[in-house]
Design a protein around this ligand. Structure first.
Ligand code: HEM
Length: 428
């Protein structure tokens, strides 16, 4: 589907009457912003007619729900686990899926979050800067002379995956397998997977568990300088250390939460700059704008379009009644374009003053643990790309890139680009 077709279908989907407007429509998934706008204007809190979830699309309502963790609970494990007894991991020699971090509420949340916060602190990320630059340089060196690349697989996916593999203390040669495992975890989040896809994903998750249970045992026996060694020893608030199912849950979150999201921000960012040559020129004239560029990309194209909460009691939001145990989808991507928070919210503007108040890292208790690492990777990568690749454009003969079919994660399937290489050292 080319860009105009996708845009046209997205626009048409938003013209349907409200009772037929659903975020599960494939035309909406490819181009959701017309539908988000319609929902913000007509039904900011709405019951989706196909999925049955409540969708929350305005900034103030999303913020209110994120802050009220006792009413809007993150214990959404049930929604993510395949509703199929045969795919229970422990029946196949695996470990039970347990709730940690993303899927637990306060006060238990703090047990997991406190020890891991240290691992991803600002100071640690700052120390990592020369190492991150080295990986960026290696990835660009590997493709620069060709003057063209498939940006998603040759750069955007590899940067965060390499960094997380190194940080976890596992060999880079296993990266292609991590990608499969990360995709399998992400598929459970897509909201659209078929039973066959979910079963195939369960098999991969079993492999993931076996591999990392082995690594966990190794690091317990002889710790080295990496995250898994830190995590196996980290005392939680109650003094205990995490058991293997808990560690597997945390590591899977580090894999999925950090990879797909950073990769899609990188690829969408390059596509947005190609589509907005005036904005590209502003960046080329002043590379100091790069930090705001990363924020504006995150605002404009939230990699996590929305996430679930479950109501713990009968409640109401935006004047809409929600019974206890309702599934509620907080749409970060729509909140990010709410005109009450962002003037001309549908415009991509790298000089936007309040771009960083976007919701793309969430807010409050579950605010993204890896936000500092992600921001560092994005800023350094965009700076190097804009310095070493000039005249970036879409490669001829390739259709306009489409998105992965997911209601939650918005990533490009592929992005073929060409550019004029500059064989210089990277920016300092
Ligand atoms: C552009 C990149 C990223 C985006 C857009 C992103 C987005 C998010 C969002 C929206 C949440 C909040 C979830 C909620 O409220 O339920 C979150 C939480 C989280 N993120 Fe990120 N993330 C990114 C990068 C990373 C990285 C690099 C890591 C680690 C390597 C990471 C690890 C996590 C973890 C572990 C949580 C759960 C925190 C908690 O529940 O306390 N993320 N992220």
């Amino acid at each position: 589907m080319n860009e105009t077709e996708a845009e046209e279908k997205g626009r048409k989907a938003a013209l349907k009457p409200l009772e037929q407007t659903t975020l599960a429509d494939m035309d909406v998934i490819e181009c959701p912003y017309h539908t988000y706008k319609k929902l913000r204007e007509e039904a900011p809190v709405n019951r989706d007619p196909v999925t049955g979830f409540f969708t929350v699309t305005c900034y103030a309502d999303v913020q209110k729900a994120l802050r009220d963790t006792s009413t809007f609970s993150s214990r959404v494990g049930k929604l993510m686990t395949p509703p199929d007894a045969s795919s229970k991991l422990e029946d196949h020699g695996g470990y039970p899926a347990v709730d940690t971090l993303l899927t637990v509420d306060p006060p238990k949340h703090k047990f997991y979050r406190t020890p891991i916060n240290k691992v991803f602190s600002g100071a640690r990320v700052e120390q990592m800067a020369p190492y991150i630059q080295q990986i960026i340089d290696e990835l660009i060196d590997a493709l620069i002379t060709d003057g063209k690349c498939e940006f998603v697989s040759q750069f955007a996916t590899l940067l965060p995956l390499t960094i997380i593999a190194d940080q976890l203390g596992v060999p880079r040669s296993d990266i292609p397998t991590f990608k499969l495992w990360s995709d399998a975890h992400a598929l459970q989040l897509s909201g659209l997977a078929t039973r066959e896809q979910r079963l195939a994903a369960s098999k991969l998750i079993l492999e993931y568990q076996k591999y990392f249970a082995g690594v966990i045992e190794e690091k317990r026996a002889s710790p080295t300088d990496d995250i898994i060694s830190d995590l196996v020893r980290a005392p939680m608030e109650n003094g205990a250390t995490m058991d293997t199912p808990e560690l597997l849950s945390v590591i899977s979150q580090l894999l999925v939460a950090g990879n797909e999201t950073t990769a899609s921000t990188l690829s969408k960012g390059i596509l947005l700059l190609i589509e907005h040559p005036g904005q590209m020129q502003l960046l080329l004239n002043d590379l100091m704008l790069v930090e705001n560029l990363s924020e504006e990309i995150l605002r404009f194209e939230a990699p996590v379009q929305g996430l679930f909460r479950i109501t713990t009691c009968d409640t109401s939001l935006g004047g809409v009644f929600m019974p206890k145990e309702s599934a509620v989808m907080l749409m970060f991507a729509s909140a990010n374009r709410d005109e009450t928070q962002f003037a001309a919210g549908e415009t991509f503007d790298v000089r936007r003053k309040n771009a960083a108040t976007h919701m793309s890292f969430g807010q409050g208790t579950h605010f993204c643990l890896g936000a500092m690492l992600a921001r560092k990777e994005l800023n350094m990568a965009f700076k190097s790309i804009l310095t070493r690749m000039k005249n970036i454009r879409l490669a001829p003969g390739h259709a306009h890139p489409n998105h992965e079919p997911s209601m939650i994660l918005r990533g490009l399937k592929e992005l073929h680009i060409t550019f004029d290489p500059v064989q210089t050292a990277s920016p300092a």
